[in-house]
Design a protein around this ligand. Structure first.
Ligand code: HEM
Length: 497
């Protein structure tokens, strides 16, 4: 009877937390899966007696809510939750959410364990594959053994080179000018929505090539949206076979997008014309053993490239816009920098000048400190791990949070202030600043992201002056997997040259 009560309560609470999902089947399916999860959880608890009696485990944050544990408090405001726990328990602690135990490693020292570990010990596939494999497809990223993924990352990195970036700057500038025509001379508009739409176009131009970009219409954009719907809390919590409408949409979108990509890849292969872009880099790439990528692997990597860069760059660009809108003097200095570096008449942007926009670069860096899009990196402990003198047992989900590391009281001065000058002299500990992660799973998109966001904002600074609407700086929406700005409306008017 106890377990029935659990699951009824959990279903309700979880239903409340995931207010977004109002699909008909949802509650039925959630109930069924939570029941299964609960059974698993109860049997795990019973088996737990066999743990090593001598080991000193990380402090455990107790909860009076069985199974769900701290899911509600964490879901509401994760950063506050973690900061409070840090004050109370120190850099390493554990707690339960939805039957899973999470151990956070906060601060530069504790985070070292994650970034120096082997993938066989702290494993990424175990925690990410369930989300990513249905979206990217089989044969790439977390669906393959990590040494293979590392080879794939290397191929991508080869494509993300300076010669290509030079082309990207031109493509991004023209996409941005074209997109923002619809904004007219002045007004108040949703900045985040606009940047999300723009960045699908720029990312597709730069990362997929002109054939795929030319096929991007509203229908295809909808397919991306459906595919992207695969990155949801539901997909993370529920088994993949559950017949949720959003899962079916995701799977259909995956098939249709791949078919589009297959046709383009085939046409490129046949045409004999070798374009100089990332698609061509992937078509020509080989693994160490000489095997080329299959069309399915290439298509999977193209999906991965687009989605990895989409939300991360669009949220970052939007937050950067609000930080600039909030501080008119800083915004004016960034505009002055455009003229000082590129010339009074503001000619078309080029990659070499972009590198010299140091103030804009520091503003972006500071945006990534205060609003890193990936708030938590996760691994599964496959072997016992040691951190801060504690033993982390097998089965814990080990986490590092860039957001928390980026604002730790002991590590940063004026930690909550947007202060781009801090990078002129401050030196941070090794893992105090990690918006792109570190170690074997480190991001390969950092340089592209900088090129993309700096080009977009150079263009926007030249077009408009921005300000907050009645002083409102967006609050953080924690219900999305990537923390987005809430009610992200900005006021703008055309700049007089
Ligand atoms: C502002 C933009 C971006 C941010 C903040 C960001 C952040 C991150 C972070 C934190 C990780 C590490 C994940 C982990 O250790 O679990 C990562 C990995 C990665 N990112 Fe990015 N990223 C950005 C843009 C991009 C772009 C544009 C691409 C592709 C063009 C990309 C491709 C990747 C790939 C392939 C990985 C490797 C994952 C692994 O090895 O497990 N990212 N990124």
């Amino acid at each position: 009877k106890m377990s029935t009560q659990f699951y009824q309560m959990s279903t309700k609470l979880l239903g409340d937390t995931m207010g977004k999902m109002n699909e008909n089947l949802t509650s039925l399916v959630l109930a069924a899966s939570l029941f299964t999860l609960t059974l698993g959880y109860v049997s795990k608890r019973l088996l737990k007696e066999s743990e090593d009696k001598d080991a000193k485990y990380p402090p455990y944050i107790p909860s009076s809510i069985p199974f769900l544990g701290h899911a509600i408090a964490f879901g509401k405001s994760p950063i506050e939750f973690l900061e409070n726990a840090y004050e109370k328990y120190g850099p390493v602690f554990s707690f339960t959410m939805v039957g899973k135990t999470f151990t956070y490693l906060l601060g530069s020292d504790a985070a070292t364990l994650m970034f120096n570990s082997k993938n066989e010990d702290l494993n990424a596939e175990d925690v990410y594959s369930k989300l990513t494999t249905p979206v990217f497809g089989k044969g790439v990223a977390y669906d393959v053994p990590n040494p293979i993924f590392l080879e794939q990352k290397k191929m991508l990195k080869t494509g993300l080179n300076i010669a290509h970036f030079k082309e990207h700057v031109k493509l991004i500038e023209s996409e941005t000018v074209e997109y923002f025509r619809r904004w007219g001379d002045s007004g108040e508009r949703n900045l985040f929505e606009a940047l999300s739409e723009l960045i699908i176009l720029t990312a597709s131009s730069c990362l997929h090539g002109k054939e795929i970009r030319s096929m991007l219409n509203e229908q295809v954009a909808q397919l991306y949206t459906d595919l992207d719907g695969g990155f949801s809390h539901a997909a993370w919590l529920l088994p993949t076979w559950v017949p949720l409408p959003s899962f079916r949409k995701r799977d259909r979108a995956h098939r249709e997008i791949k078919n589009i990509f297959f046709k383009v890849i085939e046409k490129r292969r046949k045409s004999g014309e070798t374009a100089d872009d990332i698609l061509q880099t992937l078509i020509d790439a080989t693994y160490k053993d000489g095997r080329p990528l299959t069309d399915d692997e290439i298509a999977g990597m193209l999906i991965g490239l687009l989605l990895a860069g989409q939300h991360t760059s669009s949220t970052t660009s939007a937050w950067l816009g609000f930080f600039l809108a909030q501080d008119k003097a800083l915004q004016d200095r960034c505009y002055a920098e455009q003229k000082a570096v590129c010339g009074e008449d503001l000619p078309p942007l080029d990659f070499d000048q972009l590198k010299d926009l140091n103030l804009l670069e520091r503003c972006l860096k500071e945006t990534l400190r205060l609003r890193p899009p990936i708030m938590t990196m996760m691994r599964m402990a496959r072997t016992p791990q040691t951190a801060a003198g504690y033993t982390i047992p097998v089965g814990h989900q080990v986490c590092v949070s860039p957001t928390v590391n980026h604002r730790l009281r002991d590590a940063w001065m004026e930690r909550m202030e947007f202060r781009p000058e801090r990078y002129l002299n401050d030196t941070a500990d090794k893992f105090a600043y990690i918006p792109f992660g570190a170690g074997r799973h480190r991001c390969i998109g950092e340089n592209f992201a900088y090129v993309q966001i700096k080009t977009i904002w150079s263009t926007l600074l030249r077009l408009y002056e921005f300000e907050l609407v009645d002083g409102y700086f967006p609050t953080i929406n924690y219900t999305t997997m990537i923390h987005t700005p809430h009610n992200p409306i900005i006021r703008y008017k055309r700049r007089k040259q």
